[in-house]
Design a protein. Structure first.
Length: 349
C-alpha cells in the first residue's frame, strides 16, 4: 500500500476519487470500496478511517448533482459485449453514476467488436454534445480502437493498446491472484492446485503469473501437474477437480480463476465425498453474485468493475483534449482485493 506523503491535498475544483486516494495514501479502488460501504473485503479499520477523514477534509461525496437539461452532454461507451458477461454491467453502473454526477448521460452501444458498428455508432453519437468516449471490453485484452478516436478524448476500460497512446484502466489480475494464493499459503497449504481459464486470454496469463509469484515468495516449488486448463465455466473445472483429487498426492487447496469454475470444484468435491474447507479449501476469482450464497460461502477475489467504470469517467472528464500524438500512457491498475468468507481451512505445515 502506498505511503501517505502529505496531510492535506488542496484542489481548486470539485474533488475526485483520485484526490482522496492521494491524500489518504491508498488506491482509488480502496477509496471506492470504503465510500460505497463494501464491508467484507480485506481493508483495515485504520485504512477505512483514513479514507473517510481524507474525503471529509476534501469535501468529496458520492452523490448526484443537480443537473440542468441545457448543460447535459453525452459520454459514449463502446462495449464489445454485455449479454454474455453479467460482470460487465458493473462497469456500466459505475460509469453511469459518475457521469450523472457530472451532468453527463452515459450512452452505451454494444458492438461485438465489429468495426463497422463502431464507426456507425460514432457517426450517430458524435453529432451531439459529447464529452468523449470510453472504449470498453468485457474480457481484459489488447485492442485496436477506431483510428478516429485518437482525435477525441478517449479512455480505455478493461483493455489497452499495444502502443499505449490512450489512457487505460485495468484490473490487477496478477496481484489479486497472488493475494488469493498467499491466503492459502498463510493457512498452511503447500499443495495448491490452480484451475485457469483459456491460456490465450490476458486475464488467465496474469492470474497464473500471480499464482506463481506467490509460490516463489514462499519458497514453494512449482508443480506443473497442479495447474490445469479450464474454460472459465463449471464444466471443465468439475472434470479437472476430479482429476486433481485422483492424483497420488492430491492438493489440499484449489484456486480457481473464476467463481463459476469454483462452483464446478464445489460440485466435484461434494460428489467425491470431501468437505470444504475441512478436507479441501477452495478460492475463486471475480466475486460473482452467487459466491456468498454457496455452502460454505466462497472466499474470492473482487474485480473492481464499478470502480473501473467510475475511474474511466472521472479521468475522461479531466481530459481537455485527445492524447497528444506520440504521448504514451502507463495503464492504471486497480487492485483486486480478497473477499474473505468460509472456504479456506487451516492445516498444519
Amino acid at each position: 500500500m502506498a505511503r501517505r506523503t502529505d496531510k492535506t491535498l488542496k484542489v481548486d475544483r470539485r474533488p475526485t476519487m483520485a484526490d482522496v486516494a492521494k491524500s489518504a495514501g491508498v488506491s482509488q479502488a480502496t477509496v471506492s470500496l470504503v465510500m460505497n460501504g463494501v464491508g467484507d473485503v480485506r481493508i483495515s479499520a485504520a485504512t477505512r478511517l483514513r479514507v473517510l477523514a481524507a474525503a471529509d477534509e476534501l469535501g468529496y461525496r458520492i452523490g448526484r448533482r443537480v443537473v440542468s437539461g441545457s448543460s447535459l452532454r453525452s459520454i459514449i461507451m463502446l462495449l464489445d459485449e454485455v449479454s454474455t458477461n453479467p460482470l460487465a454491467a458493473a462497469d456500466i453502473l459505475g460509469a453511469r453514476e459518475v457521469a450523472w454526477q457530472n451532468e453527463c448521460i452515459l450512452t452505451v452501444i454494444t458492438t461485438r467488436g465489429d468495426p463497422a458498428i463502431e464507426e456507425a455508432a460514432l457517426d450517430l453519437l458524435l453529432a451531439q454534445p459529447t464529452a468523449g468516449v470510453i472504449y470498453a471490453a468485457t474480457a481484459t485484452r489488447q485492442v485496436n480502437p477506431p483510428e478516429r478516436l485518437r482525435a477525441i478524448p478517449t479512455v480505455l476500460l478493461n483493455c489497452r493498446t499495444a502502443d499505449g497512446r490512450m489512457p487505460a484502466v485495468l484490473p490487477g489480475h496478477a496481484d489479486g491472484a497472488r493475494t488469493a494464493t498467499e491466503a492459502l499459503l498463510e493457512a498452511g497449504h503447500r499443495r495448491i492446485a490452480f484451475i485457469n481459464g483459456e491460456a490465450y486470454m490476458l486475464a488467465a496469463r496474469e492470474r497464473l503469473r500471480g499464482y506463481r509469484e506467490a509460490l516463489v515468495a514462499w519458497n514453494v516449488p512449482f508443480d506443473a501437474t497442479l495447474v490445469r486448463p479450464g474454460n472459465w465455466l463449471l464444466s471443465d473445472a468439475y472434470d479437472q477437480t476430479r482429476a486433481l483429487m485422483a492424483l497420488d498426492q492430491p492438493p489440499t487447496a484449489i484456486f480457481c480463476a473464476s467463481d463459476r469454475m469454483a462452483l464446478g470444484a464445489y460440485e466435484a468435491l461434494r460428489e467425491i465425498g470431501l468437505r470444504i474447507p475441512e478436507d479441501v479449501s477452495v478460492v475463486g476469482f471475480d466475486d460473482d453474485s452467487f459466491a456468498r450464497y454457496l455452502p460454505p460461502p466462497l472466499t474470492t477475489v473482487l474485480v473492481p468493475h464499478e470502480e473501473m467504470g467510475r475511474w474511466a469517467v472521472e479521468h475522461l472528464l479531466s481530459l481537455t483534449e485527445a492524447s497528444a500524438p506520440g504521448k504514451k500512457h502507463r495503464p492504471v491498475t486497480l487492485e483486486c482485493p480478497l473477499v474473505e468468507r468460509n472456504s479456506i481451512g487451516t492445516i498444519q505445515v
